[in-house]
Design a binder for this molecule. Sequence first.
Ligand SMILES: [Mn+2]
Length: 310
Amino acid sequence: MPSSLIEKSNHIVLIAHENPDADSLGSASAFYSYLLRTQKKITFYCVSPTIHTHLSFIPWVDKIINRFPMDADLAISFDCGSFGRLGVDYEGKLINFDHHISNDQYGTLNCIDTSAMSTTQVIYEWFIGQDIKINGKMANALYAGLMDDTKCFRDPRCTLKIFSMAHRLLELGANHEECVNGLYNSKTLASLRLQGEMLKRMTLVLDGQLALFEVDQELLAFTGASLGDCKAVLDEAVTLKIVSVALLLAVRKKGGISLSLRSDGAVNASAMMQRFQGGGHHDRAGAKVMDKPLAQIREEMIGYIKEELE
Ligand SMILES: [Mn+2]
């Protein structure tokens, strides 16, 4: 039980994954608020040295440090599908809260619900089950994660249960306006310029079913955008009626190729990325490949996608 592990610990580290999104940060944030009620020492950790400023509306994000505390006796990871995503070689007790279908159960205790739309849903349901009171700060953090992972409730799998959770979180003090503004009305000019350039260079293959994007460091430098900004374009590409799959191959600054895949359901994105030791969800997944050139990955991916679409 997570509660007995928590009870026995003195210094608990909450871990958001590298380049964290609102779901990872929101889950850890809500947990941070909850743990403040205990007499424990708490650290909010993330390996990425800078967090996107548009996510600073999530409570406690200002507490994040990127140095892992040596005296921690329990770590809790949020929304991290694999151990590598934690960004630290921690060998102690670990609770793994997640909803990724590809989660490889690296925790001492694994609290994974792959049917949940967000990790904040897993945390929300755990709080409810434990009779833990959810205050306004916690509600806002949980709502932000749900909003982000459902693409502002546009995901076709949003059911009555999701809207009931959203309703309840709003009653508890979540701020819809703040979350919409933080997540959707805070684009940078650089990211819009990048999107324009990427759409110009997009190629359609496999009879237009696959939208292919390739990004190098030159394009990022030219637009001033970051690798994370590229992913929004993939979501746009999948909204094209003929496109079922969108693939991004990006040359990483530190070497290797970063793969991001979006699917409208025609292919299993997570399974496909697992071929490259990555993972994610049915509709969106990613991987990092260090040992193959871009052209080879492109050919392999087109082959895999073609096979699945047939
Ligand atoms: Mn998530």
